[in-house]
Write a protein that binds this ligand. Structure first.
Ligand SMILES: Cc1cc2nc3c(=O)[nH]c(=O)nc-3n(C[C@H](O)[C@H](O)[C@H](O)COP(=O)(O)OP(=O)(O)OC[C@H]3O[C@@H](n4cnc5c(N)ncnc54)[C@H](O)[C@@H]3O)c2cc1C
Length: 446
């Protein structure tokens, strides 16, 4: 039994000893672990059925190409087994009142229709479910049943019934040896007393179909970078086989377009998303790593390469020199499709040479910028904060207190503040945990 299975009386928790962390990505998990390790109670509220965030979807991480799941999985297990952390997954914040040292956090715990204290995660119910729908965790490229876990390391390892697609045939109920399925389960309203709050709600991706000219949503072989991550992931919808979507062929030529929905004032995203250059280069390298005998041409179309972090410039150089990735500076003008081959044709200007280029690729990957997640403004409103012009959570004094918001007792970690890579998100998680723990130790004073 994991801690997530415990029946917890949240109302009896003491605000002076409790922090609420909102968002269970890598930043929120780190904040929760560091607060809990200092002896305080943590309630980690995550809106999806599992913690893990975007890192759980990634294949490898730049610049070391370490396996993302290998780093994340022990963390997931540490969080779920920590005696001071209570997980509230599939849950949403509905209101926050009070002040540092004494907040009241209203949470809606959505009905999973599967009992957390009975489900063992065996999955025996799954083959009996007749309903198949697209799996959001696989960026809708694969399928799941109406009773599902998003991915094998789902934490907590408890199934969820998606009520919008469940046809109430009850075949899962009959198949469950542990009587863990209850189709009549209702949502629950909870109130959590907390002395400090950490906002770690991460980000969402820019919708690349907004650039009609780039062909996403119109041409099958134009995909976004997170879809690419799922395609090359061994636990993803193709079992890790690099392929294009029109015919399942391994593409011999792949193009990556950077800054799609970043540094574009007209689209309302004037800022740099910081991680796209590196994840674009990583994925270009991965395509060679996976299929170097077939993938002959990999080209990255970029505005500037911002390889600012430790080891990043070296990784960029390695991509060029060891893997032979071509880098062309220039925004792509128009993308079209060859109706027979389904190859993608690109018109671009090389802004270094002034040359006008016409290129053809078998697969085109658009690298989207990073946006504040939906619901962040409402969450900010609940605690009395205004989001910044870019829509993220603002920091009052970035140079001296980089995780403190303007509201005492409310801290921010990871991409909820601005686009960050994983190490920076984890560092911010630890910093926010320290600041929240000080607030708890001082009874709300800072
Ligand atoms: C294609 C791609 C590849 C990448 N590759 C790398 C890489 O190789 N190396 C690297 O360092 N970085 C990489 N990144 C960046 C990396 O994804 C982020 O640094 C990291 O995920 C940030 O963690 P986070 O916890 O801040 O946010 P997230 O991972 O977004 O987690 C936030 C969590 O909060 C939850 N949430 C959101 N709103 C609410 C709410 N209102 N209530 C409750 N829960 C909520 C979400 O469901 C989610 O679980 C990549 C990004 C992309 C798009």
């Amino acid at each position: 039994m994991t801690i997530a299975d415990e029946k917890v009386d949240f109302g009896s928790m003491r605000p002076a000893e409790t922090a609420v962390v909102v968002g269970g990505g890598v930043a929120g998990m780190q904040a929760a672990l560091d607060i809990a390790d200092q002896g305080y109670q943590v309630v980690l509220v995550e809106k999806t059925p599992s913690i893990g965030g975007v890192m759980a979807m990634l294949d490898k991480t730049f610049p070391t190409l370490d396996c993302s799941a290998c780093i994340l999985t022990p963390r997931l297990s540490q969080v779920s087994r920590h005696p001071n952390i209570k997980l509230l997954t599939y849950s949403e914040i509905k209101g926050i009142s009070g002040e540092a040292g004494n907040f009241r956090v209203q949470v809606l715990k959505k009905a999973r229709r599967v009992l957390e204290d009975k489900c063992s995660g065996c999955g025996d119910c799954v083959p009996h479910c007749p309903v198949q729908v697209r799996n959001e965790f696989d960026q809708n490229l694969g399928y799941r049943k109406a009773i599902y876990i998003g991915f094998p390391q789902n934490t907590p390892l408890v199934y969820t019934i998606d009520k919008d697609n469940c046809i109430k045939c009850e075949l899962c109920v009959k198949s469950c040896q542990r009587d863990a399925i209850d189709l009549s389960m209702e949502d629950e309203q909870l109130e959590i007393p907390a002395g400090a709050i950490v906002i770690a709600t991460g980000y969402e991706l820019f919708d690349v179909s907004q650039y009609h000219r780039l062909g996403y949503g119109r041409f099958k072989n134009v995909i976004n970078a997170l879809e690419y991550e799922r395609i090359i992931n061994a636990a993803g919808p193709t079992g890790g086989k690099l392929m294009r979507l029109s015919d399942g062929k391994i593409p011999k030529s792949i193009g990556f377009i950077q800054c799609v929905g970043a540094r574009d004032v007209q689209k309302g995203v004037p800022y740099c998303s910081r991680v796209c250059c590196m994840y674009g280069i990583k994925n270009a390298v991965m395509s060679k790593e996976l299929q170097h005998d077939i993938v002959k041409n990999v080209t990255v179309y970029y505005a500037d390469i911002r390889a600012y972090g430790k080891g990043f410039e070296e990784f960029y150089t390695m991509a060029k020199e060891r893997f032979g990735i071509k880098f062309i500076r220039g925004r792509v003008g128009e993308v079209s499709e060859d109706s027979k081959t389904k190859n993608v044709k690109i018109w671009a200007e090389n802004t270094e040479t002034g040359e006008f280029l016409k290129q053809e690729h078998e697969l085109l990957v658009l690298c989207p910028g990073i946006l504040p997640p939906k619901g962040l403004k409402e969450l900010a409103d609940y605690v009395g904060l205004e989001v910044s012009v870019d829509g993220f959570i603002p920091i009052q004094y970035p140079a001296s207190n980089p995780v403190d918001t303007a509201v005492p007792g409310v801290y921010v970690a990871g991409c909820a503040e601005s686009a960050k890579d994983i190490p920076d998100s984890v560092a911010a998680g630890s910093a926010a945990a320290m600041r929240a723990s000080i607030t708890l130790a001082q009874g709300g004073e800072q």
